[in-house]
Design a protein around this ligand. Structure first.
Ligand code: HEC
Length: 147
């Protein structure tokens, strides 16, 4: 492909990406609220201990949950890349079907030894929004296997 054509294609793609991201933020208050929830969730994921033992989500689910993690006992954990696409699932540790929020709640209590925020609270919603954002484009299949 001639250099000129490559540059033109790049410019068109960049303009399309720009218009999509603008549509989802400044021009659209709902999109902006969602983007803020995702950002807040990413920050909580990396830094928040919920008053527990000092662990954060990142302690076990490294790399923002986008790559395989590791439990304190050395056990490899699946990434959380498609977590938001595969819940509700049966949780062996809970002995019942849990939602994504339920699993987050369980990890805050168990993994962080912390006090989970109430269901539907901004913090729990933000973490779920963050996990939804990294699962964008993953195949939805409740009860299927983590990546
Ligand atoms: C001390 C380690 C540890 C910490 C810290 C931890 N988790 Fe987990 N997490 C696990 C383990 C172990 C599992 C495997 C399922 C189980 O046994 O509950 C898991 C599973 C999950 C899953 C389900 C993955 C899947 O695809 O089935 C999600 C979602 C999750 N954790 C989110 C979080 C979030 C969000 C935080 C922070 C609030 C967090 N975890 C903190 C250990 C941890």
């Amino acid at each position: 492909m001639p250099f000129q054509a490559v540059i033109t294609r790049f410019a068109v793609a960049a303009a399309m990406m720009l218009s999509v991201s603008v549509a989802a933020t400044a021009a659209d208050p709902a999109g902006e609220a969602l983007a803020q929830a995702v950002d807040k969730g990413a920050s909580l994921f990396a830094h928040e201990t919920f008053g527990g033992n000092g662990n954060t989500c990142e302690t076990c689910h490294v790399g923002g949950g986008k790559v395989p993690g590791m439990a304190p006992n050395g056990k490899t954990l699946p990434s959380l890349l498609n977590a938001a696409a595969i819940y509700p699932r049966f949780s062996r540790s809970a002995g019942q079907v849990v939602t994504l929020e339920g699993q987050i709640y369980q990890c805050i209590r168990g993994g962080l030894g912390g006090t989970p925020p109430a269901a539907g609270s901004p913090d729990l919603v933000a973490i779920a929004a963050y996990l939804g954002s990294i699962a964008q484009g993953q195949v939805v299949g409740i009860g299927t296997v983590p990546k």
